[in-house]
Each structure stands twice: as C-alpha cells, then as structure tokens.
Design a protein around this ligand. Structure first.
Ligand code: AMP
Length: 260
C-alpha cells in the first residue's frame, strides 16, 4: 500500500485505471471500516481509502479536537485489509486558501442528523464530491450506520449525474450489539451499558405494527434526539440518535427493502 498526500500523487497513481473503489473515511479504524475495505477489495481492482478528518462536517470544535488520530495504526489496518492507496491529505490540500465552493443537498439533508448537526451534510457532501473528483472511482463505499449520509450522497450523485455507484455496507456491531464507532471509546462502562438500549430498542421494533412507538418503548430511559423512519430509494430504515454521557450515538435498522 502506498500513502500519498497530494491530488497530483493520487492522479499519478491512478493513471489508466478504470476499476477503482473508494472508501472515504476519517480514520480511527475499527471493524466497521475494515468491512468497507473488504467489500471494496472484493468488488474493485484497485482500492483507495481516503483518511481526512474533515473540519467542515463538525459543528462542534470540541468534538473535532477530541477526534482520535493515529495515522500509523490506520495505515497498518488499511494495508492488512487490502487497500492499495491511502490518500491522507493535509487540510491545505483539501481546502486551499480561497476555497469557497460548497455542496448543499436540500431535503435529504433535513431532519434527523441534519437538524441535530447544522452544516454537517454540507461538509460531508462537499468533501465527498471533491474526493470523487480527485479519485474518479467507479464505486464508493459507505456504511449503513450513517444511513442519512447515504441518502444525501445518493441524491447528490443523481442530481449532478456523477458516474459512480454508491455501495452500502451493513453496520458492524460489537458482540453486545452496539454499532461500532470511534466515539464509543469515550463511554464509561456504565454509559456503555445504558447505550445498549439503543440497538436493543431498534432491534425490538423490527416487525412491530408501529416501529417508531415500539422503539420508543424499548429505550429504557434513554431520551432520543429522534426516532424516525427514513426512506432510502424504496428501502425503509428506522433511525435513532441519543446522547449518552459525552457521546451522541446513532444507529438504524432496515425495516423494508434492500440498501443495495
Ligand atoms: P468515518 O470514518 O466515521 O467517517 O466513517 C467512514 C465510513 O465508515 C462511513 O461510510 C461510515 O458509515 C462507515 N462506518 C462507520 N462505522 C461503521 C460501522 N459500525 N459499520 C459499518 N460501517 C461503518
């Protein structure tokens, strides 16, 4: 695996390749990221991972400052998972002086995470469009865990006629059911126990006549930011978010259809 830091080096490394899978990430790799790498490896001749903690998608300075960063560890994990090229740009490479173009996806970015994190999806859509323009992949891989992110990116791809497929990889969970997230490390043991109510409530809602009510009923004292149905190209997921101690957890389950 090669590590490159500039757009020019990505372009040189990809010259002539026409079967490229891109996995956009912010690092702090766990088994969820590895699942994206493995899926990309199976489906694509050449796998690029980007590693960039994108300030534009953080509303909260403290969350950005606390975001874990360990490039050497991430590079070893990416290489072992079959990534061919790791693009780890500087802030200046992605947002050079004078940068002033932003992608605003409208309805898909409203509600749920969009309401809780103003500007978040503007930052996500902008950085993803820029990564797609740099890497020009045939496929890009995203996790089901961030279901609204998938909805936003798919809408952008369609609206701007971007020539790539958006692939969705099922959420990877710990043995206790909690969806893996780099932020879970900030939970104390007691908070982690409380956090388990979120995946349990969502799982219990699958098949219920009123899934939203069933999830609310199973939250065991957790106060959710929202519990809502989200449509993803004909598939329906039940998505929820709740704050537990210092961490805002998000999760969802598929109720109907397929995410592919
Ligand atoms: P991040 O580095 O947090 O921006 O995440 C990079 C990608 O990994 C996103 O597409 C996420 O949806 C995906 N991801 C994060 N956590 C998980 C998980 N537990 N299972 C599957 N994919 C995940």
């Amino acid at each position: 695996m090669r590590v490159v830091r500039t757009v020019a080096d990505v372009r040189a490394a990809l010259d002539g390749r026409d079967d490229v899978g891109l996995v956009p990430t912010m690092g702090a790799y766990h088994t969820g990221h590895e699942a994206l790498f493995h899926t990309a490896r199976v489906e694509s001749d050449f796998v690029v991972a980007s590693l960039f903690v994108n300030p534009a998608q953080f509303g909260d300075e403290a969350d950005l400052a606390a975001y874990p960063r360990d490039e050497a560890r991430d590079a070893a994990i990416a290489e072992a998972a079959g990534v061919d090229l790791l693009f780890a740009p500087s802030l200046e490479e992605m947002y050079p002086a004078g940068f002033q173009t932003w992608v605003e996806v409208e309805d898909a970015a409203r509600g749920l995470e969009g309401d809780a994190r103003p500007g978040h999806f503007r930052g996500v859509a902008t950085v993803c469009l820029k990564l797609f323009a740099i890497v020009r992949p045939q496929r890009a891989y995203f996790g089901q865990k961030d279901a609204q992110q998938v909805a936003v990116i798919r809408r952008m791809v369609r609206d701007l006629e971007l020539d790539l497929a958006i692939r969705v990889v099922p959420t990877v969970r710990d043995a206790d059911g909690l969806a893996l997230s780099s932020r879970n490390a900030r939970l104390s043991p007691a908070e982690r126990k409380r956090a388990l109510a979120l995946p349990r409530a969502l799982a219990a809602a699958v098949g219920a006549a009123d899934p939203v009510a069933a999830a609310h009923a199973g939250l065991n004292g957790l106060h959710p930011d929202y519990v809502e149905l989200l449509d993803l190209d004909g598939a329906t997921v039940l998505a929820a978010a709740a704050r537990v101690g210092p961490v805002r957890l998000i999760d969802n389950v598929l109720l109907k259809g397929s995410l592919q």
